[in-house]
Design a protein around this ligand. Structure first.
Ligand code: ADP
Length: 405
């Protein structure tokens, strides 16, 4: 059964076409700079040369139509007709408290989803535009929403409530939501397979360390605590985001530099993190290189990042009362032995011992701890698109089979 996975951002659409349940990737690609003069399509059919073209694309509806046209293109497409696509899975940033799992987008669910837009005004409208475009260009094909927040809906009130008046939670839904849920869920499922132990019996600390970064405490397959909060700005120091700070700093910054609300938001999201600290780059590879040349600010940016990851691992261990495994995923987590080594250097209290040889692995699944390590340390490449395809397949396969009978 062919499943199309879509990830619609404010100015981009990423897509993958997968055959499920075999998990075979048939094609992937993206359209960037939607609405600008130099919008571009990159299309990579499996086993063939990728195609890059400048295109004229004004909005998400045009972008989705182009994706669909490309998939059935006689030269670069992989399928003969759109009727071969049996379901579409959409990455959706925010599902609020309404969505605790992925759902098929019925009319009722669509209405509920529209109500979540206020919680993620930069992301959900783009996701909705992608969904509406599919409803237009592929009528009758089941659409599934897979939320970044849903996995964290199992976090208890003691962890998701802020120290704010309770009415603000009741009226405005101000609380911790957490993000990267699809990634944390995917790697936890892989870890259970790798360790040959059921998720129900595992306490896991998953570290998604990419440009955006978060740490999650998972017990029995359910998220118990996570570092991101009401928005993805909270928690770890990240590529360009500040992470947790003293909240009093925000009015202080606004007064001192005359920032208005959108300026301060932009500043904290785009100019801070290891970029702001190092003055070098938001990319950890550049910062590691500069630190190697003796650049003090690059070195201190890495030290602040490592300290922040260690603190959140510590708080996750406290919430879980120990851990069976620590997992590294996403760009940095999968590919930087030196940062993994630095992070693990002060975790002996978990009974954790990294194997320096095994830790050299990059971008593939591996157990990188010593035989005797009480807490396993694993590298697991994340695959959010596959997780979306798995949920989409799981939710629609039965209905489609029944319809075909
Ligand atoms: P995103 O959050 O944008 O999805 P990714 O998970 O792709 O990010 O991670 C991208 C980040 O991973 C890059 O900004 C870079 O800092 C980091 N990264 C990727 N490869 C390496 C590497 N070999 N060493 C250190 N950092 C890396």
């Amino acid at each position: 059964m062919l499943v199309l996975v879509l990830n619609c951002g404010s100015s981009s659409v990423k897509y993958q076409l997968l055959d499920m349940p075999s998990q075979t990737l048939l094609a992937k690609g993206l359209i960037e700079r939607i609405g600008l003069k130099d919008a571009a399509l990159t299309h990579a059919p499996a086993g063939q040369q990728r195609v890059v073209r400048t295109v004229s694309i004004q909005n998400h509806s045009d972008a989705i139509r182009l994706v669909l046209k490309t998939l059935i293109d006689p030269m670069v497409g992989m399928i003969q007709g759109l009727d071969q696509i049996k379901a579409v899975g959409h990455r959706v940033a925010h599902g609020g408290e309404m969505f605790t799992h992925s759902v098929v987008l019925t009319e009722k669910n669509l209405v509920a989803l529209e109500k979540c837009s206020g919680l993620a005004p930069l992301h959900n409208p783009a996701n909705l535009a992608g969904i509406n475009a599919c409803l237009r260009w592929m009528p009758g094909v089941p659409q599934v929403a897979v939320f970044d927040t849903a996995f964290h809906q199992s976090i208890p009130p003691s962890a998701y409530l802020y120290g704010l008046p309770y009415e603000l939670y009741e009226q405005d839904k101000l609380r911790k939501y957490g993000f990267h849920g699809t990634s944390h869920k995917y790697v936890s499922m892989r870890v259970s397979e790798m360790m040959g132990r059921p998720l129900e019996n595992l306490k896991l600390i998953t570290c998604h360390l990419g440009n955006g970064a978060s740490v999650t405490a998972i017990e029995g397959g359910r998220s118990r605590e996570t570092s991101m909060g009401f928005t993805p700005l909270d928690g770890l120091v990240m590529g360009t985001r500040c992470g947790t700070l003293d909240p009093a700093l925000i009015p202080y910054l606004m007064e001192k530099y005359g920032f208005n609300t959108s300026e301060v938001n932009e500043f904290l999201n785009k100019k801070c993190g290891v970029l702001g600290l190092s003055g070098v780059s938001s990319d950890f590879r550049d910062i590691e290189t500069q630190a190697g040349y003796g650049n003090y600010r690059a070195r201190i940016a890495l030290d602040v990042f490592v300290h922040s990851v260690q603190k959140y691992i510590g708080s996750s261990a406290a919430v879980l009362d120990g851990a069976d495994a620590l997992i590294f995923t996403a760009g940095l987590g999968e590919n930087s032995p030196s940062m993994r080594q630095a992070i693990c250097s002060r975790l002996t209290y978990l009974g954790l011992e990294l194997d320096p040889e095994k830790n050299l692995v990059c971008g593939q699944e591996a157990d990188i701890s010593t035989e005797g390590s009480r807490c396993r340390v694993l590298v697991v490449p994340t695959n959010e698109e596959l997780m979306i395809a798995m949920d989409t397949y799981g939710l629609t396969e039965q209905t489609l089979t029944n319809m075909e009978r």
